[in-house]
Every structure is written in C-alpha cells, then in structure tokens.
Design a protein around this ligand. Sequence first.
Ligand code: ADP
Ligand code: TRP
Length: 333
Amino acid sequence: MSKEIVVSGVRPTGRQHIGNYFGAVVNFVKMQELYNGYFFVADYHSLTTHPEAADLKAKVKQIAVEYLACGVDPNKCALFVQSDVPQIPELYLIFNMFAYMGELEREATFKEKVRSQPNNVNAGLLTYPVLMGVDIIIHKAAKVPVGKDQQQHLEMARVLVRRFNNLYNVEYFPEPQAFSFETDLVSIPSLDGEGKMSKSKGEQTCIYLSDEPEALRKKIMRATTDTGPTAPNSIKPTAVKNLFDLMKLVSKPETIQFFDERYNDCTIRYGDLKKQLAEDMVVFLTPIREKIKELSTNDKMLSEIIGDGGQKARASAAKTISDVREIIGIKSF
Ligand code: ADP
Ligand code: TRP
C-alpha cells in the first residue's frame, strides 16, 4: 500500500527557535519515517509582508539548513522551496476562482494583518489561505502538521476541496486533516514569562537553535522570574513554571525533581535553576548548532538536496495539474 501524503510549509522569516523545533520540526522528523512527506519553505507566502529582496535567499537557506541539521532526511522526504514548483502558482490561479471575497475577508489572520499592516493590505494577503490550500492539495495530501494558529487556514483548504469536488462532480481531492503526534498541541513558553516563544517578541525572548552557548546562557540568566516562594508547596507563578517547562524539554527527571523539591521547601535559588537549565540547553543544542554551521558552508550539497526535492515536488504537482486541467475542461489541441 502506498504511504499517506503529508505536506507542511514554513515562511522564511529568520532563524528557528526551540518553539519551532518542538512544535513543528520534530514532527516532520518522525513523520518522514511513516509518510510520504513534502516539507517546503514558503517563500511566496513571505512576499505578502514585503521582505528585503537582499535577505530572502539567506533566509530560505537558513530554514533548509536548520531542517537538515534537526534530522529532516532528503532521502526520506521531499525538502524543497515553494517557488521552485511553477505548478503551485498555476493551481493557485485556478483556485482563486473558487474562493469568495466574503469568506476570505472573514479569516482571522487576514483581519489581524489589516490591523497590523494597514498600509499594505494587498490581494496576496487576502488570498493567502488559497495559496496555502494549494500547497497542500497539489500533492493530494491527507495530513498537515500545523500549529493551532493555522487551523482556520486549513479549514479553508477543506472548503475549497469540497467546492471543487462538488462543482465538477468528482472525488478528486482528499480533504486534508490537521495532524499532531501529541493529543494536545505543544506550546513552548517565551523567556519573558508571558505567552509562547515567538520571533515577533524579539531576540532576547527566544532560544534559537543556532545560538552560541554564551549568548544562550546570558538570555536564560536574564529570563523573568519573581522574588521566590514564600510558603511551602505554593503554586508556581507563570514565569517560574515556564522555566520548569523548558527544563522538561532538555534536563534529566532527577534534575527537575531536585529543583522542584527546593521550590517546595522555599530554598530554591533561581540563579542555580537558570544555570542548570542553560547548561542542559547548551548540551542539547550543541550537536544541532554544529551541524547547522557545517551545512551552512556546503552550498553545493544544499543546492543538490533542494534541487532533488524540487524535482520530486514538481513531478507530483505536474500530475495533479494535468488531471485538474482535464477535469475543468482546459484541454490541449
Ligand atoms: P514565530 O511565531 O516565531 O514566527 P512561526 O510562525 O514561523 O513562528 O512558526 C513555525 C512553526 O513553528 C509553526 O508550525 C508553529 O506552529 C510552530 N511554533 C512556533 N512557535 C511555537 C511555540 N512557541 N511552541 C510550539 N510551536 C511553535
Ligand atoms: N501559513 C503557514 C505559517 O504561517 C505556512 C504554510 C504555507 C503552510 N503553506 C503551508 C503550512 C502549507 C502548512 C501547509 O506557518
């Protein structure tokens, strides 16, 4: 039996942090063993916010390098760049005819962008979910590993699939489903004590995969805490709980138990907790950081990997485009 198809993309907006790693990248690494995976860098999507042309290539490369360093294996999946697959803009054009203004205007992310970038409310922002849907259905994917923030976009992909199948009276595209190995989607906390880790909150609040040990230690030592517990067995305030949650990702159970006991009997020193967390984080990230450095200098290998990935993606996309043209009546003479 052929393997189920999985697609996921990420916008090239900068270095990946441990939130991206534990929230997304580890899923791809596990999935490539079980599914036919298409993992890509969504460079067209990033144009909606007008990135600097001079930086874009480096950002695309950064994502590819970091995915590979984390264990994404180009022999087990297709790792590619969206703009290397011309069938995507073709299917996007076609599907724009099936997406209605009203439903696109109601998307939460569109409304959020209208608020956050009022001087750049471009048509690409409005049809962002159509392009994302096309990324997925062009490979006839069944599963899409995405964070909670992407669920509405995925629903739009399902609506478009149903609409196409109904309009042409076919059962051509499967309805893609959100996917996670965890029952609850993970959310890695920020170092500023509030909310999830995110690039948009600034360099000092994120632990990046490529951070040098010194930079990483400094950030962790500056993480928000409070003045310490005043009563035994009290509930941890969010900022302190966040540090324990980060520890759970990289420290040994006995280390966590040690600091838990110190918290509960009010003898904890947050400086010691942070030092330990920083050292365990350094140990965890060092092999990844070294691999990132090594791969960054090997442009030839990278371009081969991305070239091969693009070829696999184009082959799968070309088959879909040819079927869709046939279904909608665009036939060659
Ligand atoms: P950022 O918020 O830093 O810009 P992105 O939007 O580029 O992150 O996210 C890329 C992927 O990483 C998405 O699949 C998203 O769900 C996941 N992700 C980002 N931050 C976190 C986090 N703090 N915890 C868990 N997953 C996250
Ligand atoms: N919109 C996604 C994000 O902002 C990125 C993305 C583009 C994507 N195309 C996709 C994710 C297809 C999953 C499948 O993170």
